[in-house]
Every structure is written in structure tokens, then in C-alpha cells.
Design a protein around this ligand. Structure first.
Ligand SMILES: C[S@@+](CC[C@H](N)C(=O)[O-])C[C@H]1O[C@@H](n2cnc3c(N)ncnc32)[C@H](O)[C@@H]1O
Length: 264
């Protein structure tokens, strides 16, 4: 394990996943499906002449329109990995100890009845702790991976945590079903392509007085994270552009920054 590994627990991701920096399956779907009209058009035109060519052009335009509407899958997560690997890494004892989950949750000063969204909930490590703290308030465990959401549903049932709702997100929007008092992102932002744009979506999901907490690497990014790096200063300027001001700068966990933001 490298020095910084326990914080994220996803160092092994780098190898093949980070070389491409995108979810390869998503890319394949997107590229292959985009080629279909090009492959089919010459056959159709050859058989039926000009009139059909115009119709084919029309069909192709419609196809592009549909890809735009339904094609968000192709926009890809940075450094994706299968759910079972995520779960093992995210729940590894070293990582859990280094993240200091109880201290992080205490620092958020949550009250019973608050509602919280954990974006990029992963295995549910923080979701479970946050849900217990705000019960009977609702914890929305948001992720783009349905297998991880299934895992969270299972563990919450087994651990009798009644106030977690799993939320299937899309790459560019968390799709939280209601406004919340806190949006929490731990080790998620560096997996999102276009984090600055993504952050502009968050104010719409906050109740008045709501906050956003972000934990990510401060230094010692593990090898392979080169394409995903951002600094605390960058985050602050992205958040400012999204309408937030920094209200707290905490130094837990070690080697990470932990910023809390409120709307300006
Ligand atoms: C390194 S894990 C962090 C998990 C959890 N926050 C933790 O600290 O234990 C990153 C998680 O973000 C999720 N993710 C990546 N891109 C996302 C997006 N655009 N929206 C929601 N979740 C995303 C991944 O599926 C993965 O579960």
C-alpha cells in the first residue's frame, strides 16, 4: 500500500482503468452505436436510390437526437471499477481507520431529523454512519452504480437502518428526490468528469441554510490519479462559481482536505 492509499483505498484502480480514464464499457457502447447508421446507410442508399437517401438522412438526425437524450451512459465515469472491487477497497480496515468516520460525522454537527445526500455513496460506509446520526431524518445514498445501491439496501436491511433511501444518479446529475440540509461527497468528486459543471447543480438540491461537505486528497495523490487531481484552491473557485462560500476548513482525515460550504 502506498502512503496515501488508506484514505481512498482505490490505488489499484490506476492500472488499466486509469490509463483510459473512462469507463471502457460505456465508451464501447457509445462508439459502436454511433457507427451503426454509417455502416447501414450505404446499403440502404445503394438499394433504393436518392429518395431513400433523404429518408436515411432524416433517420440519422432522429438517431442523433435520441442519442443526445438517452446517451448519458456514454459520458463515462473516471476510473470506474466493478462493485465487488469497490466494496472490498472502500471497506478495507486501513481505509476505514484512516478516514476517521466518527470524527468526520461529528464535525458535520448534524441534528436528528436533518436530511442528507451522500453523493457517490459507494459501499455505504458514510451513508450508514450519517443515517444513524440523523434518524429519523432521511439519508439519500446516491450513486451511478446500481450494484452498489443494491449492496447498500442489503446492508441497511441487515443492520436495521430504516432511514436510508438509495438513489440511482446519472453521471451529470445526482437526481436527489428532495431538498436536503447537507450534501456530502467523500472521494467522489475526482471521479466526476467536469466537476465544476457538476457542482453548479447542487444549489437546487439544498434547503435554505443547507451545506455541502467535500473530502478529497490534499496531497500525496496515489500514482495513477494524475488525470483526476485537483487542488483545494480549485475546489474553492469551482464552488464560488456555483454560488458557495467556504465556511469551514477541517483537517480530518489526514492527507485530505475537508471543506464545508454554504450558499453565499
Ligand atoms: C472512491 S468511491 C467513494 C465512495 C464513498 N464516498 C466513500 O468514501 O467510501 C467513488 C464513488 O463515486 C461513485 N460515482 C462516480 N461518479 C459518480 C457520479 N457522477 N455520480 C454519483 N456517483 C458517482 C462511484 O460509483 C463510487 O461508488
Amino acid at each position: 500500500m502506498t502512503q496515501a492509499q488508506p484514505h481512498h483505498g482505490d490505488t489499484e484502480v490506476h492500472g488499466d482503468f486509469l490509463v483510459s480514464s473512462v469507463n471502457l464499457r460505456a465508451l464501447r457502447v457509445s462508439v459502436v452505436s454511433s457507427c451503426v447508421p454509417f455502416l447501414l446507410a450505404p446499403c440502404v442508399i445503394g438499394q433504393h436510390g436518392r429518395k431513400t437517401m433523404r429518408r436515411t438522412k432524416g433517420c440519422y438526425l432522429l438517431y442523433i437526437l435520441l442519442l443526445g437524450v438517452f446517451g448519458s451512459y456514454g459520458s463515462a465515469q473516471i476510473a470506474s471499477r466493478p462493485a465487488d472491487q469497490w466494496i472490498t477497497l472502500l471497506e478495507s480496515p486501513d481505509r476505514v481507520a484512516n478516514l476517521k468516520v466518527p470524527q468526520v460525522v461529528a464535525a458535520l454537527r448534524l441534528e436528528r431529523g436533518y436530511s442528507v445526500a451522500d453523493i457517490g455513496a459507494g459501499s455505504g460506509l458514510f451513508s450508514r454512519a450519517l443515517a444513524r446520526t440523523i434518524d429519523p431524518g432521511l439519508l439519500y445514498a446516491v450513486d451511478i452504480d446500481p450494484e452498489l445501491l443494491k449492496h447498500i439496501d442489503g446492508t441497511c436491511k441487515a443492520e436495521r437502518i430504516p432511514n436510508i433511501r438509495t438513489v440511482p444518479a446519472v453521471f451529470e446529475d445526482p437526481k436527489i428526490p428532495d431538498k436536503v440540509d447537507l450534501i456530502f461527497l467523500c472521494d467522489t468528486l475526482h471521479h466526476i468528469a467536469g466537476p465544476d459543471k457538476y457542482l453548479t447543480k447542487l444549489p437546487a438540491y439544498l434547503r435554505p441554510g443547507g451545506r455541502v461537505a467535500v473530502i478529497d486528497f490534499r496531497e500525496n495523490w496515489p500514482p495513477g490519479h494524475e488525470a483526476m487531481k485537483f487542488t483545494a484552491e480549485q475546489l474553492k473557485s469551482w464552488m464560488a462559481a456555483a454560488g458557495f462560500k467556504k465556511v469551514e476548513d477541517l483537517s480530518i482525515p489526514k492527507n485530505a482536505f475537508f471543506h464545508i460550504y454554504a450558499l453565499k
